[in-house]
Write a protein that binds this ligand. Structure first.
Ligand code: AMP
Length: 255
């Protein structure tokens, strides 16, 4: 497994790898959710890359960019075990060099839910993913249903800008207790984690009114139906200082 940090190194490494090529974009601090994407990419493609980049452009000024959990050595070992060929870990100035001033904005899909709660978030996501697609030029890219609105936004960007990549969205991986895996779960104390279990329990009702009732002891940012494909019941809550999101598919099969 090769680890690269510049655009030139990445392009040179990719020239040596067989096609089709699959990409798994991540912010690191990997868990089974990320690894399920990497393993599927391994099955579908002749070569696989992952990116690890905590993207400042998708964090608001009062959010957790500087404290976002990081463990590069562990991440690299896990990616190697999952059969990844190439890991792209650029420093911030490679992605956003001085004078960087071009952004991708997706429209109405980015307005409700996470878009309303985190102004500018999806502009940051769409921009960094577009740039990753330009650097890596994957045939396929893998995203999690855990971030349902993000997956919908990426699909729309790819369709609208005719990006030559197939987007695959895989089901949310949960812990045995039902909590969706997230790098941010590392912030939770044992007591907070116990309280956080109300989130998957509430969403399992598939009913916004019942879900709000079950979440009454947490600080709820939203519990709403997201009109994506597939349609979801999505929620964002705060438990202590930690912001958690989750969703459940309301119609059809999960992806
Ligand atoms: P992140 O590192 O949080 O940006 O996530 C990287 C990718 O992993 C995104 O496509 C997420 O949707 C996906 N992902 C995160 N958590 C999970 C999970 N519990 N199950 C499945 N995919 C996930």
């Amino acid at each position: 497994m090769k680890v690269v940090s510049t655009i030139a190194e990445t392009r040179a490494a990719l020239r040596e790898l067989p096609r089709p090529h699959g990409l798994v974009p991540t912010m690191g601090y990997l868990h089974e959710g990320h690894l399920s994407l990497a393993r599927q990419a391994r099955r579908d493609n002749a070569s696989v890359s992952a990116s690890i980049f905590v993207n400042p452009a998708q964090f608001g000024p009062s959010e957790d960019f500087t404290t976002y959990p990081r463990d590069e050595q562990r991440d690299l070992a896990l990616l190697e075990e999952a059969g990844t060929d190439l890991v792209y870990m650029p420093p911030v100035e490679v992605v956003y060099p001085p004078g960087f001033d071009t952004y991708v904005t997706v429209g109405a899909l980015t307005e409700p839910l996470e878009g309303a709660a985190r102004p500018g978030h999806f502009r940051g996501v769409a921009t960094v993913v577009a740039k990753l697609f330009n650097v890596i030029q994957p045939d396929r890219a893998y995203f999690g249903q855990k971030d349902a609105q993000q997956a919908a936004v990426i699909r729309r960007m790819v369709r609208d800008l005719a990006v030559a990549v197939e987007i695959r969205v895989l089901p949310t991986v949960r812990d045995d207790d039902g909590l969706a895996l997230s790098s941010r779960n590392a912030y939770l104390s044992a007591a907070e984690r116990e309280r956080a279990l109300a989130l998957p329990r509430a969403l399992a009702t598939k009913d916004p009114t019942k879900a709000r009732e079950l979440l009454r002891d947490l600080e709820v940012e939203y519990v709403e139906v997201g009109e994506f494909e597939p349609k979801v019941l999505a929620a964002a809550v705060r438990v202590g200082g930690t912001r958690l999101i989750d969703n459940i598919v309301l119609e059809g099969e999960e992806t």
